[in-house]
Design a protein around this ligand. Structure first.
Ligand SMILES: Nc1ncnc2c1ncn2[C@@H]1O[C@H](COP(=O)(O)OP(=O)(O)O)[C@@H](O)[C@H]1O
Ligand SMILES: [Mg+2]
Length: 332
């Protein structure tokens, strides 16, 4: 049955990973994540959180390359993990990824233009060479390059910024509805970042695309985002329009993240929120209640053992006991 034709729906997605010597014990890298994205509204939906929060796992689940243990992803009503053959090919055209390290996306021994010809032939089904050339040049011009500029060249002949533009152009060949961008500027020099971010904005404004922008960097998120989902150790802690969330963060973790970008001294800014070693990550993933309880200055008994439900606080959905259990004294 076809339903929800205009939505990408992430429904109660939980992903377990093994840990320990034999990987037999499991932790929830994602715990019951739900997100709905209206395909009729061009937008940049940000998924933010520090390293080790489950952002890449969530994107891989949306791409269809990782299966959730519980829950599903519906695209236009279809469960994307059940698509086969031509339907699966169709989904790969509709939803295209770009990655953090553009050098890893391309084989160093292979000419860049061959990727473009392969995509037009095998995924877009364009057999006519002139038509392929036209399509490739058009995609490259959208990102400020051209087919002439890349023809015959290998990945190392481009800068990181150019190569990320090339990745975006290749993704555009299939005319996708959604671009999944996993920390696309985090490995680039600060001076090159804004160029890529402006291209993502153009994709939304000129091509009406939806971009799911994953980042640990709240400054770039604010620059381009329309709405934001903050995740912490596999749980979604806050979700809403980006301006509202930044103006008045509801969850203590969002608050801490935002304070860290507003901190003018860069040495202090680096320290918090820190990228923690995996033993601490694991300890936090295994908390039954709010995963942030370990770091939260306001954590009470209930926070440690029971995950709060979502509460709507003035148009922002937030998951914190602060808004629920009024018997808890948070003044201390
Ligand atoms: N294939 C895997 N097997 C076991 N643990 C994994 C695997 N992939 C990721 N993890 C762990 O899951 C957690 C979330 O990882 P990831 O989704 O990469 O987060 P992020 O992209 O936010 O940094 C991390 O603790 C990471 O070490
Ligand atoms: Mg990641």
């Amino acid at each position: 049955m076809i339903e929800d034709k205009n939505w990408l729906k992430i429904e109660n997605v939980t992903k377990l990973y093994g840990y320990g010597l034999l990987g037999l014990k499991k932790f929830k890298a994602l715990d019951n994540i739900s997100l709905n994205i209206d395909l009729g509204k061009p937008r940049i939906a940000v998924i933010a959180g520090e390293t080790g929060s489950g952002k890449t796992t969530l994107l891989r689940i949306i791409m269809g390359v990782v299966k959730p243990d519980i829950g599903k992803v519906l695209y236009k009503g279809y469960d994307i993990h059940k698509l086969k053959g031509s339907a699966s090919k169709w989904y790969r055209k509709e939803v295209q990824p770009i990655f953090q390290d553009p050098y890893e996306a391309f084989n160093p021994l292979r000419r860049i233009d061959t990727y473009f010809y392969d995509t037009t032939r095998n995924i877009c089904g364009i057999k006519n060479r002139n038509e392929a050339i036209y399509r490739i040049d058009e995609a490259l011009r959208f990102v400020g390059l051209s087919l002439d500029r890349i023809s015959g060249k290998y990945p190392h002949e481009f800068s990181g910024g150019e190569l990320q533009r090339i990745s975006i152009a290749r993704a555009l060949l299939t005319s996708p509805r959604i671009l999944l961008a996993d920390e696309p500027v985090s490995m680039l020099d600060a001076t090159l970042r804004v160029g890529i971010l402006n291209i993502l904005k153009d994709l939304k404004e000129k091509l009406n695309m939806i971009i799911i922008y994953v980042t640990h960097d709240l400054s770039t998120a604010y620059y381009i985002g329309d709405d934001i989902s903050i995740i912490y150790r596999g749980t979604l802690v806050e979700h809403g329009p980006i301006s509202k969330v930044y103006q008045e963060p509801r969850h203590p973790y969002t608050n801490a993240l935002l304070n860290s970008i507003l901190e003018p001294d860069p040495s202090l800014r680096e320290k918090y929120p820190a990228i923690k070693p995996s033993s601490l990550e694991l300890k936090e993933f295994l908390i039954m209640g709010c995963r942030y309880a370990n770091r939260c200055p306001r954590a009470k008994e209930i926070c440690w053992h029971t995950l709060p439900p979502y509460v709507d606080v003035d148009g922002v959905s937030v998951r914190c006991w602060k808004y629920l259990d009024y018997k808890i004294d948070y003044s201390s």
